[in-house]
Design a protein. Sequence first.
Length: 100
Amino acid sequence: MPSKLDTLAARRAALVERCADQRAQLAHEVAQLSSPRTLGLIPAYAARHRKTALVVAGVAAGLFLTRPKWAVGSVTAVVSAYKFAQKLLPVLGWKGFEVH
């Protein structure tokens, strides 16, 4: 007859194995969610390089606070170029530029 400690050890081992399987499954699902296919190329890049994206956002915020006229013009130009690229690149056969 197995002792209570043996039963508890077996249950613990089964739970540890189950947790490891769930962790692996969750890691796979998170990797799929942050893939360029799911997010689009630019958001996936920003998700992978969070520190760089935060530094760029901080610099942009600083420029906007210190020189708003120049920053607004720059933002307008970047948004315009981005919209142009969204329309042009799929026509040229490069489909990784959509934002969902």
